[in-house]
Structures are given as structure tokens and as C-alpha cells.
Design a protein around this ligand. Sequence first.
Ligand code: C5P
Length: 223
Amino acid sequence: GDVAVLVPAAGAGVRLGPGAPKALRLLGGEPLLVHAVRRIAAAPSVHTIVVAAPAAEVDAVRELLAPVAPVVVVPGGAERQASVAAALAVVPPGPQIVLVHDAARALTPPELVESVAAAVRAGDDAVIPVLPVVDTVKEVGADEVVLGTVDRSALRAVQTPQGFRRAVLTAAHAAAGDPLTDDAGLVEKQGVPVRCVPGSEYALKVTRPFDLALAEHLLATGH
Ligand code: C5P
């Protein structure tokens, strides 16, 4: 394998309601993080997996994942970007493709991990899986009054895993300023072209209670 996968899993999951850190919430009786790591480990290109866990849960996460796959676990940071940087810092020499994948996208198929990695291997410096935007999208002012309608055909909803040539991601994190919600955003700021490839509906991010209910259904029907 020539791929390292970084898994930021240190978020609190406030939007999911009160409870454990999001990556440790249960889906079909197992934490979201276990589902995510199992599917990452099933992708043949994956050489190394590094998980950024909530600081108080590092030992617990190590024990939790030991039977699932060989992983390195580090404490995450206050922002997603800091969690990714902490994981990136411990990737061993070797893998020249680095993917960043949210633990919350627990049902992401191994095939998506492979297709993103393959696009980087084929020559793109930065690759993101995307879906078309199905809803009409409006820009709205602070007073909740519509300012305008955005051209939906030019929009994409962005998922993870996002894939990068290792040196490109390392340089983007070294230059990073204010925290962004994804890694491709950092790379864009460096002027590096970011390629879109088809995403997967199964890579939905479990964020709100509705998503958890949908994920439970998908898991129960074999995904
Ligand atoms: O909050 P959001 O849904 O954007 O989180 C996306 C992913 O980033 C989740 O897997 C979450 O655990 C992770 N995260 C993190 N460190 C933080 C905040 C979020 O690893 N400080």
C-alpha cells in the first residue's frame, strides 16, 4: 500500500445532541469510528491509518480499534484542522498519498477510498469526492431575507476521503491560517488545483439525529 489515511475523530458532536464524543456514538451497537476504520482497512491500497481521538479517550480508542485494524492513535485538537495536523505529524516515512477521512462518515465504502487514492496516483495533487447539490440554494442576509439564488449547476457537496500527494498536504498545513472545515480548502489557498471525482451517498456524514437514523437503516440493509 502507498496510502496513509488520517481519521479526525476528536469532535464533540454537539449537533447530534448530548452524549459521548461523536466518533464514539453507537451505530448498530458499535462506535461510528469502528465502522469507519473497518471500511478504510478493507481498501487494498491502505498502508497506515492514524486516528486523532479526543484527548481524554486516546487509550480507550487504542483498545477499541486494536481488534479492528492496526492503527496509530494520537490526541486531536480543538479544531478539526488541528486534529488533522496532529495525525499528519506522525505518518511514518513511506506512503506518498495521504487521505483525510472523517470518522463521522462511518459507512463510506472501501471503493471510494480506492477511487480517491487512484486519482492521486494517476497524477492529481488533490482530489475530493463530490455529489451534485439537489436542493435549490439561496444566499440569505443576517435578517433571513433572501439576497439571491445561487446557480446550483455549478455547486457540489463535498465529502471525504479527500486525497493528496503527501508533500502538497504537508505544505498546506504548514502554511495554514484560520481553521477551515476541510483540507482541500487549505490546498486551494496554496493555488493547487483540486480535482472532483464522484462521491457516494453512503459516505454521508453523521451529523444530526436524522443522519444517525438513516445510517442505522443503511447498516441494517447490508452497507
Ligand atoms: O464537526 P464536523 O462534523 O465537521 O467534524 C468532522 C470530523 O472531524 C468528525 O469526524 C470529527 O470527529 C472530527 N473533528 C476532530 N477534531 C475536532 C473537531 C472535529 O477530529 N476538534
